[in-house]
Structures are given as C-alpha cells and as structure tokens.
Design a protein around this ligand. Structure first.
Ligand code: NAD
Length: 486
C-alpha cells in the first residue's frame, strides 16, 4: 500500500544498490509495519550476504572516483541534497511517521534536523585541512594530510530513521568516502526516499547505497563486518549489538564508531527555574515517545522541589495526547517496535514490585498498535531494572536526592555514559557537575543536546567515536604523514 504523497516517486520498495533499485537475489521480502495500527505498509527486499558482497565491490569503484572529485563539488552535491530534503519535508515526514510512529510535526522536525547534518558537512567537505609540522631535522619538511578512509558501513537504528542516516553518511560523503547504509529494517522507507533525493542531487552511482533486511539482520551485519572492501563501520544501536559487531570486525580490522545505549541522568536542583526545567524535561523525556539514546532515564529531583515537580509533571503527562502520529494534536506516538511495549511494561512492573509508586499511567493502552500510557512513577531506587537499563518509552521515573555530592555519585553509578542534564541556576554548580559527570554530553537547563555542529558521543559502555561537528568528519578520515628531504 503506497502512502498518499505529493511526489509518489519518493516511495521505494526496493534496495538502492550502486545507483539501481534492486530486489534481493533470493527473492525474499519482509513486512514493514505501521506501529500505530499494526497494518502492513509494504514489503521490502530481504538481502543476504551475497548482495552485500556485490555492493561492496561496486562501492570500491565508486569510492575511487568520488574521492577524486573536488571537495567543493562534493559539498555542493551534498548541499543540494539537504535542500531537496527540506523541499520534500512534508512527504518525508509522512513516510517517517508511517513507519516509525512519531507525531507528524515531530517527523518533519526530524527531517529539518537531518538536513542540517548534510548542510553542515557540505561546508566541512572543503575544510579537511592538513598541517605543516616543524621538523626536528632541518634537512626535512614534514606534512600531515587527511584522506577519506574508503568504503564505510553505516548501521542506523529505527528511532531516528532520517537523522542517523545523514549524521553518518553526510560526514562520510563529505570526507570523500562511499557509504553502504543498513537502516533498521523497521524504518528503511525513509532511507530509501533519501537515496532517491541523493540521486536527484547528483550523487554518482555506488556512493550512497541502502541495504534492506530485517530477518537477515544478523547475516547482513556479519557480512558487512567481515567484508575486506569496507574499512570503517559506524553503528548506532544497543550496547549488546555494538559489542557483537566489534568482535565480528576484528579480522578485517575496521576503524569503528560505536554510538550505543545510554542511561541519562536528568538532575534537578532546588535552585532551578521550575518552568525551564519542566520544558527541558518534557523535551528530553517524551521526544520520540521516550525512545532516544539520550532520553531522561533517571530523573533525580532534590527534595525541596520533589513534590512540586512531580505534580507539574503529572499535569503535563495527563494533558499529553497519545495516539496515531497523523492525528491532530498528538504529542506522543506509539513505540516503534512491539517488543518495546513489553520491555516498558516489564520495567514498570519491576519498579512497582520494589516499592515504586505510580503517579500516572503505568499500563499498555487498550487499543490497536504499540501504545503505552504516558506514565510518571515515583520513589525509584537503584535496585530497579530501569535504573540500570534504558526504559525506551514514555515513562518518567523519579528518584529523590538530598545533596550534590550524593546525586553525582548516583548519576555516575552506571556502566554507560552518553547524555546527561543538569537544571540549576548556580553557575559554580554547573561547572562542578559538568566536569564530574561521567558522560559525553551535558545539557544545562535544556533538553536539546544535539545539532549539526555539536560533537555527540559517549564514554564507558556507551561506546566511542564522535558524530557531528568537525570531529564527526575526522572519524571518516585517515592521517598520512609526508616527510620530504630538501
Ligand atoms: P537490538 O539490539 O535488537 O537492535 C538495535 C539495532 O541494531 C537495530 O537498529 C537493529 O537493526 C540492529 N541490529 C540488531 N542485530 C544486529 C546484528 N546482529 N547485526 C547488525 N545490526 C543489528 O535492539 P532493539 O530491540 O531494536 O532495541 C532495544 C534497545 O536497543 C533499546 O531499548 C535501546 O536501549 C537500544 N537502542 C538504542 C538506540 C540508540 O539510538 N542508541 C537505537 C535503537 C535501540
């Protein structure tokens, strides 16, 4: 079933390999489901390792031409691609809502956010400056230049079907690499629409490829890891899969970027501005129905404002309309994958059995689709499942605390460290917390912590490597030294 689009050509039901729309060699397909209704949206090709090995050969050829194109021209193609995304934001938003579930306005917001990565990297293509190094030997001149690493595999998740593709591929292509993108099977239609626009913008065949697959994800993932034509792999997804991919990449010794799971503390001090805090918290908690790797997972609230903030949050959550992303006024959509609903329910039930108190919601919604009630639970503690794992759903879990020293210890009591948030009006405290938190990103009085120019990445078991900003580009480059006797 094709969605009604202003430009129906954006709807693709085949993989995009070396500039061609292709079925799987095996003829297999998988279903793409609308998470709001459970209806099948369409079928997409279920590729196998054989398809991967063909496209990687083709991508090497494409890379050898693309890297020789002037950075200025590469940048202008990528910029045109960004513009085409913005011109088609309505249609892209519709596709994204249909397969991921997020509210249509939020989906269009993601398209603009995703285009901003292409826009940023279109400029960076011209700024891969090298260095002239003062030599220890006066008879030598020494230079360092940066070159594209080669063909890269970009494995992207279902929570940001557009932005995770452009954040990786924008940087890779600007650097002069060719990209083989494997989007999450659940949300590949958006990536295929992006491929269509990339072709229109002038990307040569083989520079940007989209490999589709759901049931065969383990086989495709392994093939990408083991392929010697591919020199770099960039993954966003769960820590467990990240570790598996790392092991599988050992023999081909790929350069890796791993943007894995988080468990973001959101810390509210008594001296904060409550309205600013509430807005930041709503953004960091309910964006994408709570399915982001920098979601406010453990909300620590100092006792002086604990009951006031809980009440304000319950008011907000009771007013937040939850439903099909295409319905007017919907703020919270379904969870993208069915197993997500079961996981959220398990987290809530576990917390209840260990002394937590439900202030609002707490159950799966009684309707078709993957809906969980927007929920607020209080009296959380560190023995609960959701203290140690991402809830990945619209559940605000509140933990009381007394002192700054205590909360810093609680926040750092996690094997992962990606996002974090601090709400306070005390500048000295901002610095103490920002420097003390064991994470990659700190939002201060804000719930928005990503953007084209901002480095994004984690530490500990949240992985390594940075996306966004000038740092994101260097992940796709290698440094070469040139030593010349004069
Ligand atoms: P999962 O671990 O099954 O899958 C995570 C991602 O990895 C998906 O995009 C999937 O397509 C891909 N994947 C799975 N197995 C793979 C393999 N063998 N080779 C290559 N790619 C593979 O998790 P899930 O059930 O989709 O989500 C569960 C948890 O994962 C969430 O609760 C969340 O903690 C985490 N997650 C994080 C992000 C993120 O942005 N960091 C995104 C999605 C999921």
């Amino acid at each position: 079933m094709q969605l009604a689009l202003q430009d129906p050509k954006l709807w693709h039901e085949k993989s995009y390999l070396n500039g061609q729309w292709k079925e799987s060699q095996s003829g297999e397909t998988f279903d793409v489901i609308n998470p709001s209704t459970g209806d099948i949206l369409t079928k997409l090709p279920e590729l196998t390792k054989n398809d991967v090995s063909i496209v990687s050969e083709q991508a090497v050829e494409a890379f050898n031409k693309w890297k020789r194109i002037s950075p200025k021209l590469r940048g202008s193609i990528i910029r045109k691609w960004a513009q085409l995304m913005l011109d088609n934001a309505e249609d892209l938003g519709r596709i994204l809502t249909a397969e991921n579930g997020k509210p249509f306005a939020e989906a269009k917001g993601e398209i603009a956010f995703a285009a901003s990565y292409l826009e940023f990297y279109s400029g960076e293509a011209e700024r891969t400056y090298g260095d002239i190094i003062p030599s220890a030997n006066t008879a030598n001149r020494v230079f360092a230049i940066h070159q594209p690493i080669g063909v890269v595999a970009c494995l992207t998740p279902w929570n940001f079907p557009a932005a995770m593709v452009t954040r990786k591929a924008g940087a890779a292509l600007a650097a002069g690499c060719a990209a083989i993108v494997k989007p999450a099977g659940e949300t590949s239609l958006t990536a295929l629409a992006l491929a269509h626009l990339g072709e229109q913008a002038g990307l040569p065949p083989g520079v940007f490829n989209v490999v589709t697959g759901l049931k065969n994800v383990a086989e495709i993932g392994k093939a990408l890891c083991e392929d010697h034509n591919i020199t770099k792999l960039s993954f966003t997804g769960s820590t467990a899969v990240g570790k598996l991919l790392m092991r599988q990449c050992a023999d081909s010794l790929k350069k890796l970027s791993m943007e894995l799971g988080g468990n973001s503390p959101f810390i509210v001090f008594d001296d904060c501005d409550l309205q600013t805090t509430l807005n930041a918290l709503m953004g960091a908690k309910v964006r994408n129905s709570g399915q982001t790797c920098v979601c406010a997972n453990r909300i620590y609230v100092q006792r002086g404002v604990y009951s006031e903030l809980s009440n304000l949050l319950v008011d907000k959550f009771s007013q937040a309309k939850c439903g099909d992303g295409f319905d007017d006024g919907v703020m919270i959509g379904p969870l993208t994958v069915e197993r997500g609903v079961e996981k959220v329910q398990a987290h809530v039930d576990d917390a209840l059995s260990k002394g937590a108190k439900i202030l609002h919601g707490g159950k799966r919604m009684e309707r078709k689709g993957n809906f969980f009630q927007p929920s607020v639970i209080a009296n959380m503690n560190d023995r609960m499942l959701s203290h140690n794992e991402e809830i990945f759903g619209p559940v605000a879990a509140l933990y009381p605390f007394d002192t700054e020293e205590e909360v810093l210890k609680m926040a750092n009591n996690s094997p992962v460290g990606l996002g974090s948030y601090v709400c306070t009006n005390n500048v000295a405290r901002v610095w103490r917390m920002a420097e003390g938190l064991e994470v990659g990103i700190v939002g201060v009085n804000t719930g928005v912590i990503a953007g084209g120019e901002i480095p994004f990445g984690g530490i500990k078991h949240s992985g390594f490597g940075v996306e966004g900003g000038k740092w994101g580009l260097s992940e796709f480059m290698v440094t070469k030294s040139i030593i010349m006797a004069v």
